[in-house]
Each structure stands twice: as structure tokens, then as C-alpha cells.
Write a protein of this length. Structure first.
Length: 246
């Protein structure tokens, strides 16, 4: 857990300091593509001029390229990495029985779940606050009123996928099935979410803050619904752990 947390933290910091300082360079490169005489049509659709103009604004750039792209696409994956082996590894290695002879099931479950949850949320909080800290140090004009909304979306999205993966870690007796099941659900819900009636199933849209960038407000209804579903999954994990035979 310590090594995994440290690696994730270093990778996240490295990714941010790869994205943030390249603001001006990215704008210059995109402008060069737009000014090409024989620019392919698909590039014109993919990189509209008004989008490049909006990217010139630091707030739009950092919110869309960090939360809406780089960090956003990794939040569910990072949550899964922190959760998939939490209980399955103990069961697979035969150490769960040893833990249960020294402590109650209630203590084992909540100590492991809470410790991993705190580590994950601290990581997500650090990654979410980086744009604000960097903007302040670099004297960049950032719309700080949106930072809180993006932070909440990131934390809630990470907590949901962590809890769901933890459920599979409790259910299965090996470490492969939990991560494969969670990734399968993430992929299927993302694909199904393409269709308008089922758009709510695509948690990526929520985590990346698509509604925040378009409306300037947090998606309160989705946040409450996802938290409610997360609590149900957490309770189910606890009940299954109490009744499971090791």
C-alpha cells in the first residue's frame, strides 16, 4: 500500500507538471496546425478555432486539460488500483484467517477500508488542489470558484470506484478478478453512456466535470445520487465480509 501510494502520487505530480507549464507551447502548436493551407477537414472539426481561442484562457485550459482530460481519465483507474487487492490478497495468500484470529471481522474490515480510503482521498485532494497552488505561485488568473466543484467531483468519483472495486475484492478469492470486473464495468458503462437515455451511467462525464465547464456549477443531483450508491455498495461489502467463510 505504501509503495503503491507513493508511485501514484509521484506519477500524478509528474503528469501535472508536464501539462501545466506547456500552456503557451500547446497554444502555439495548435495555431500552427490551424494556419496550414492544406489542413485536413477532420482536423478542422477536431480543433475548431474558437476552441483554441478559449484555450488561451488559463482557467479554461487547466480545467479542461487537467480535470477534463489527464487527471479525469485516470481517477477511476487509480481508485481501482488502491482497492482491488485490499481483501483479495489476504484471502489468496491465506493470511486472512490469521488476521481474524487476532481481531474481530468488524475491526479488520473497517481498519483496512478506512486506511485505504483516507490515502486515496488525500491523493485526489492533492491532485485537485494542484491547479490552485500552481496558479497562485505562477501568478496565473484562475477561476477559483470552480476549483471546489471539480474537487468534489474528483473525490466522489474516486470514492465510488474505490468502493465498488473493494466489493469485488471482498467477494473474490484472488486479486485478478476484482480488477478485471471493475474495469469491465467501467468500460461497459462508458460505452452505454454514449446513448442519450443512458448518459447518466457514464461516470467519466461526471468525474471530468463536463457540466461544470458548461454551466459553471457542480452537478449536485448526480453527486448526491453517486454518494448514495457508494454507501449502499460499502454496506454490501461489509455485510458480505461478515458472512463470508475464509
Amino acid at each position: 500500500m505504501k509503495l503503491r501510494s507513493l508511485v501514484i502520487l509521484l506519477l500524478g505530480l509528474g503528469l501535472f507538471f508536464f501539462v501545466a507549464p506547456l500552456h503557451k507551447l500547446a497554444i502555439e502548436m495548435l495555431n500552427e496546425y490551424v494556419q496550414l493551407e492544406n489542413m485536413p477537414r477532420f482536423l478542422e472539426r477536431f480543433i475548431p478555432k474558437n476552441f483554441i481561442e478559449r484555450l488561451s484562457d488559463w482557467s479554461f485550459y487547466i480545467y479542461t486539460q487537467w480535470f477534463g482530460k489527464n487527471l479525469g481519465q485516470f481517477v477511476p483507474i487509480l481508485a481501482m488500483i488502491m482497492a482491488f487487492s485490499l481483501f483479495a490478497r489476504e484471502t489468496e495468500n491465506g493470511t486472512m484467517e490469521y488476521l481474524l484470529t487476532r481481531n474481530s471481522r468488524k475491526k479488520v474490515f473497517w481498519s483496512k477500508a478506512c486506511a485505504a480510503t483516507v490515502v486515496l482521498l488525500v491523493q485526489m485532494l492533492v491532485f485537485s488542489l494542484l491547479p490552485g497552488i500552481y496558479s497562485w505561485l505562477a501568478s496565473k488568473e484562475l477561476k477559483y470558484e470552480l476549483l471546489g466543484a471539480y474537487t468534489i467531483h474528483t473525490l466522489v468519483g474516486a470514492f465510488f470506484w474505490f468502493t465498488l472495486t473493494m466489493l469485488f475484492s471482498v467477494m473474490y478469492d484472488d486479486q485478478v478478478k476484482p480488477i478485471l470486473t471493475a474495469v469491465g464495468i467501467l468500460a461497459s458503462t462508458t460505452v452505454v453512456g454514449i446513448f442519450k437515455p443512458l448518459r447518466f451511467m457514464n461516470t467519466y462525464s461526471y468525474v471530468m466535470g463536463s457540466k461544470i465547464i458548461s454551466t459553471g456549477r457542480m452537478d449536485v443531483a448526480y453527486t448526491v445520487g453517486l454518494l448514495f450508491l457508494t454507501i449502499i455498495v460499502l454496506i454490501a461489502s461489509y455485510v458480505i465480509f461478515l458472512k463470508k467463510e475464509f
